[in-house]
Design a protein around this ligand. Structure first.
Ligand code: HEC
Ligand code: HEC
Length: 347
């Protein structure tokens, strides 16, 4: 009798304890839902579903090195499958070993950002792709050379015709860019954090949930919020002290001021998305910090004037790990590219 009573009392105590945890969890989830949104199903606006043929073509172009200066660099040279769409270098190296001054971000989920590039110097993804296809570092060819090269790869003819059926001359840099962007729009990476936002509290480990709470309470969310946990605004890097005093950056990038010529934009950069951040080292616009834990420490120090403890940093990193999404299968391996000699017509 007594044992049974004790047993029941014990279960009630347990029940009470677990429902108390559940209440905390519910409050945290409710708070998180005010700040973040889960990944959408797709990124094409209503009625604008990209043609399948454009996605197929865009994927080929993304991986094709034959349309750059020496035939050895493609988009995938700096946005590599094995490195989650980055090149793993502090700053990129392009055609003819030309250095790029900044770090290559992943192209995953880029379709969700309202600000493109570290300094916001591109209007949208289409503009980004067009300029990358003819950029001095990423291509080394001008528009005419690019389309000349493309025309010599005969296998592309039917693919362009299928992707842009109403164009009489579809092989243009603009259409190349449109096709690449149609492909990029498919590269969304659903993460455990999305399952969490959909109501599955256990999709995040207890440590990750504590990290989320710290991330909210410390004020990281003032800048890193929304569907991309960033990607939507500009902020000064180094609000409390100069960023390079914490990152050890060797050269100092003046940031967005170079784009706008407005002195208010000195050392201002795009707040990057933190989706997949655990997979995209090294960190910051110049890749000056190698480890995620150190990047978090730098953020606490230069953006918020706080010295984060190791335990807090570890919890935040646990939370950031929950932003690593499923790897898109259509990006996993390079496709077989169209041949340059298709004998469908007589010369
Ligand atoms: C030489 C390496 C290199 C090549 C080649 C290259 N990129 Fe990039 N990419 C970068 C770097 C570096 C940045 C960041 C530039 C900046 O912010 O100033 C970038 C940025 C981007 C972004 C914006 C991401 C963001 O978070 O804002 C997209 C999208 C992108 N590249 C797509 C492409 C496409 C498409 C191609 C091929 C047509 C391409 N890239 C070729 C290095 C490269
Ligand atoms: C006032 C705005 C602001 C706040 C607050 C802020 N960040 Fe950032 N964060 C930025 C900006 C801007 C960058 C880009 C800096 C650069 O490289 O130029 C950045 C970059 C990062 C990066 C590197 C991402 C990458 O891909 O290289 C991480 C990680 C990060 N922040 C985490 C945090 C954490 C954790 C907190 C809270 C402790 C935080 N941030 C608070 C604005 C902010």
């Amino acid at each position: 009798m007594t044992t049974q009573y004790l047993f029941v009392a014990g279960s009630i105590a347990l029940l009470v304890a677990s429902s108390a945890i559940a209440a905390d969890d519910a409050a945290l989830l409710k708070e998180a839902l005010k700040i973040f949104q889960p990944l959408p199903k797709d990124t094409s606006g209503p009625g604008a579903t990209p043609a399948k043929e454009q996605v197929v073509l865009g994927r080929l172009l993304f991986f094709d090195p034959r349309i750059t200066a020496e035939g050895d660099v493609s988009c995938a040279t700096c946005h590599r499958p094995a490195l989650y769409g980055t090149d793993g270098r502090p700053t990129s190296i392009g055609v003819k070993q030309r250095p790029h001054p900044r770090n290559a971000p992943t192209i995953f989920n880029a379709a969700l950002y309202s600000v493109i590039h570290w300094r916001g110097d591109r209007n949208d993804l289409e503009d980004q792709a067009e300029q990358a296809l003819t950029g001095a570092v990423s291509s080394g060819l001008d528009e005419r050379d690019v389309t000349d090269r493309l025309q010599r790869i005969e296998g592309y003819g039917p693919l362009f015709a299928a992707a842009f059926p109403t164009d009489s001359h579809p092989m243009t840099v603009k259409n190349m860019a449109n096709a690449i962007v149609a492909y990029e729009r498919t590269l969304l990476t659903r993460a455990p954090f999305d399952a969490y936002l959909a109501g599955n509290v256990d999709a995040l480990s207890p440590a990750a949930r504590r990290g989320l709470e710290t991330f909210i309470n410390m004020g990281c969310v003032a800048c890193h919020n929304g569907v991309s946990v960033g990607g939507d605004m500009y902020r000064k890097f180094g609000i409390v002290e100069d960023y390079w005093s914490a990152t050890g950056s060797r050269s100092i990038d003046r940031g967005r001021v170079e784009v706008t010529k407005n002195l208010d934009d000195l050392y201002v950069f795009r707040v990057p998305s933190l989706r997949n951040v655990a997979m995209t080292a090294p960190y910051f616009h110049d890749g000056s910090v190698a480890m995620l834990a150190d990047a978090v420490r730098v953020m606490g120090r230069v953006q918020l004037g706080m010295k984060l403890g190791d335990a807090e940093i570890n919890e935040i990193v646990s939370f950031l790990n929950s932003l690593t999404g499923d790897f898109p299968t259509e990006f996993a391996a390079p496709p077989v590219l169209p041949p340059a000699s298709v004998t469908t017509h007589q010369r």
